[in-house]
Design a binder for this molecule. Structure first.
Ligand code: FAD
Length: 414
């Protein structure tokens, strides 16, 4: 079991008594099993149960306790790879289809959130994507032209526009409309409650230790838990986040890094809204990038400083040094706001080598599926995965399947 985050997370403090689920204590047979109860697993469970499939979710720890609770909750359709670059990588039609699917996924978060009985911090939001340097500006403007050409709601801002709306100046920016922000922890818990009521069983503290084909059956597989329970199923979906050991590295060409995030003390609301134009989510073209958003209770959430090592930093002092850099960066953008942090953490963060998620059936093992949303907008990929995997299981065509399949051509060259 990997350590996925260290430090003090913010989101779990926003839900007083998260519901707990019993471990699996007997062997069962089901239509579909989802392994992993994070953002991907719970949304996937929701989608399956709403399509009439019987399913269970097995979570080795507690739901929403993995990377999902370390997320900063920005829901953006723009990816780590710009649309203009993705067109070069996979062709215009597919790249636009993929970006459109991500935009639709953000909308689907909104639809789901509106049906949940508690406030899950969902807000439609726009993003300010600024050029970190003059050199990055032409590429960002090419991205503006590409998004505009393909019907995405986007604006172009000059350096003067930026400094008119914010207390900092950058060479230029694009504003994308149609993004959103969320509290991932409250969202997952509320949705889990909802899918359980719809008939999908969730088992916590249920660690899957092996997966083997059922003798004499072409597609059925049997999972074994560390407590010795067996789960036989037609469809097994691994939504295990950054712990895809089951794949043994065959198809997943991913890099695991570590990242940092922090949440400030509560700001003065009036001052915050005077200085921060319409609470836009902010990110930049530099890689690794810095990003910022505000929270419903008027805090600032900031993240970045990715490092090329898989394990979250463990030493308190080493983490504090990185977090101080986040504080300096925040103060450089908003000198009049309070850059004192109340929560801060370091977490493992996965990126795929071609900047696309891994979603689909195992090409070598029919009946096994993966929903691994590696990338800066991994939660958006969780939503895309839920739709795609449900379509695959129901035997329906999905145009996104070719783009994100595990043995896709764009991975051959990386
Ligand atoms: C610092 C940080 C900031 C981020 N910010 C954003 C953001 O702003 N926007 C965004 O879209 N994305 C963001 N992400 C990415 C996002 O958090 C992830 O893409 C998303 O949470 C992944 O969800 P998941 O369900 O796939 O994984 P997880 O939440 O990690 O869930 C996987 C679950 O599988 C369980 N599991 C694993 N193996 C087994 C097993 N063998 N048996 C049973 N259970 C198992 C684990 O215990 C875990 O609970 C961020 C990530 C980090 C680290």
């Amino acid at each position: 079991m990997k350590l996925l985050h260290t430090g003090e997370l913010y989101w779990p403090t926003t839900l007083a008594a998260p519901k707990q689920y019993e471990p699996l204590r007997r062997s069962i047979r089901v239509n579909a099993v989802i392994v992993g109860g994070g953002m991907s697993g719970i949304i996937c469970g929701h989608r399956l149960v709403n399509n009439g499939l019987s399913a269970v979710i097995l979570e080795r720890n507690t739901i929403a306790g993995g990377s999902s609770s370390a997320s900063t909750g920005l829901l953006q359709y723009s990816n780590d790879v710009m649309l203009c670059e993705l067109i070069e990588q996979i062709g215009e039609q597919r790249a636009v289809q993929f970006y459109s699917a991500c935009r639709d996924a953000v909308g689907q978060f909104g639809q789901l959130a509106s049906k949940l009985p508690i406030d899950v911090g969902f807000q439609n939001q726009s993003s300010l994507y600024y050029a970190s340097s003059e050199q990055d500006l032409p590429k960002l403007m090419r991205e503006y032209e590409t998004l505009h050409k393909h019907g995405f709601a986007v604006e172009r801002w000059s350096a003067d526009d930026i400094s008119r709306h914010f207390p900092f100046r950058k060479p230029g920016a694009i504003i994308t409309h149609g993004d959103a922000e969320i509290n991932p922890y409250r969202f997952i818990h509320a949705l889990a409650d909802n899918v359980e009521a719809a008939g999908l069983h969730i088992y916590e503290h249920t660690d899957v230790v092996s997966c083997k084909p059922v003798q004499g059956s072409e597609h059925r597989h049997c999972l074994l838990t560390s407590d010795g329970c067996q789960i036989e199923a037609d469809h097994i979906i691994f939504t295990v986040g950054y712990e895809p050991e089951e794949l043994a590295g065959t198809f997943i060409k991913a890099e695991l890094n570590r990242s940092y995030a922090a949440v400030t003390v509560v700001q003065d609301k009036q001052k915050l809204e005077q200085l921060w134009h319409q609470r836009y989510m902010i990110w930049e073209t530099a890689r690794p990038y810095l990003y910022m958003r505000t929270s419903i209770d008027n805090r600032i959430i900031i993240g970045g400083l990715d490092e090329q090592t898989a394990h979250p930093i463990e030493g308190e002092k080493s983490r504090q040094r990185r977090i101080e850099r986040l504080s300096e960066k925040l103060a450089a953008h908003f000198p009049q706001l309070d850059a004192v942090f109340e929560y801060e953490w370091s977490a493992t963060f996965g990126e795929s080598k071609d900047n696309l998620p891994f979603i689909g059936q195992d090409p070598a093992v029919p009946g096994l599926y993966y929903g691994l949303g590696y990338g800066g907008n991994g939660s958006v990929y969780s939503m895309v995965a839920s739709q795609l995997l449900t379509n695959l299981i129901l035997g329906k065509h999905d145009p996104i399947a070719e783009i994100v399949r595990l043995d896709r051509p764009s991975l051959l060259n990386v």
